[in-house]
Design a protein around this ligand. Structure first.
Ligand SMILES: Nc1ncnc2c1ncn2[C@@H]1O[C@H](COP(=O)(O)OP(=O)(O)OP(=O)(O)O)[C@@H](O)[C@H]1O
Ligand SMILES: [Mg+2]
Length: 280
């Protein structure tokens, strides 16, 4: 197939994976095309971060079936650095601290590995920092060391902005960000989809990120499978009602805790203890 006829899509088909002795992903199907935003929501422990690690090839995560292709390239056959070079970027849920190595060195090294010039990388990073209202001194500091949770997330965004990937998996990029940072980061991602045709897989627990990002589709991952797919209204429904109703309609049995009263469906009243453990 010639380059011009290659279908541009990040395609995940029937992906199954295990960590250690435990099967976590039980057949995930998902497609992200350039410029599209796909949100992945799901209960804690449902496999969202596992999916992101499997896509990026983190050691310890074993693919047991299915396929992942990026614009026709078999991603699963490649080591992590070549997946990055093929155009995949992962913003980690828990960014790693790398003492002694600055963000500038990391991005320069990535540019070199991709055969690109490293000239002007510092200016690019400073410009990216300004776009998301981030202090440019973080560009030269050891990567993520002693940074606050929100600062680490913005560091991930600086990398995304300067590496110009084709597809980005953002694992809870919104967690830990203050409201202004959240607005700036969401806008930056939105601009990348429009200006550069970035395809986005945004893992999140909250619809707030999606108010700016405007997902094409919202996927509900539970028990290692996509159990439901909908538009942006699905995210709002989940936030208001929790997962039980949507998953029951999908016929999924995923062992959610019972008796949880959710804010969206909650009747406030005297005699209720707002500090009580809702899962007790
Ligand atoms: N190294 C590991 N060994 C064994 N089990 C693991 C390992 N890593 C993750 N798991 C388990 O895999 C399941 C899925 O974890 P994962 O981190 O993918 O969840 P998640 O959907 O990202 O949750 P959250 O919303 O809390 O971030 C969890 O039950 C977790 O305990
Ligand atoms: Mg996670």
């Amino acid at each position: 197939m010639s380059a011009s006829t290659v279908e541009r899509v990040l395609r995940i088909e029937g992906l199954t994976a295990r960590v250690g002795e435990t099967d976590i992903l039980h057949g995930v199907d998902l497609e992200v095309r350039p410029g599209e935003v796909h949100a992945v929501m799901g209960p804690n422990g449902s496999g969202k971060s596992t999916l992101s690690h499997v896509l990026m090839g983190r050691p310890g995560y074993e693919v047991t079936g299915g396929s992942v292709t990026l614009d026709g390239v078999d991603l699963l056959a490649l080591p992590t650095w070549q997946r990055a070079r093929a155009g995949l970027f992962l913003a980690l849920q828990h960014p790693t601290e790398v003492p002694g190595v600055s963000l500038e060195s990391v991005v320069s090294e990535a540019a070199r590995a991709a055969g690109r010039s490293t000239e002007g990388i510092r200016d690019l990073l400073v410009a990216e920092a300004n776009r998301i209202g981030f202090d440019e001194r973080f560009v030269s500091r050891p990567m993520n060391v002693d940074l606050s949770g929100g600062e680490k997330k913005r560091n991930e965004m600086l990398m995304m902005g300067s590496l110009e990937p084709k597809y980005a998996v953002l694992d809870e990029i919104d967690s830990g960000l203050d409201v202004d940072a959240l607005a700036a980061v969401s806008r930056r991602v939105q601009e990348a989809t429009e200006e550069d045709g970035l395809g986005v897989l945004a893992i999140t627990h909250f619809s707030r990120l999606l108010e700016v990002l405007e997902p094409d589709q919202v996927h509900v991952l539970a028990a290692g499978r996509i159990q439901a797919v909908g538009g942006p209204e699905l995210a709002e429904r989940l936030e208001a009602e929790g997962y039980a109703g949507v998953l029951a309609e999908a016929g999924a049995s995923v062992g959610l805790p019972t008796g949880v009263s959710h804010p969206g469906t909650h009747e406030a009243g005297f005699g209720e203890d707002p500090f009580a453990d809702p899962l007790a």
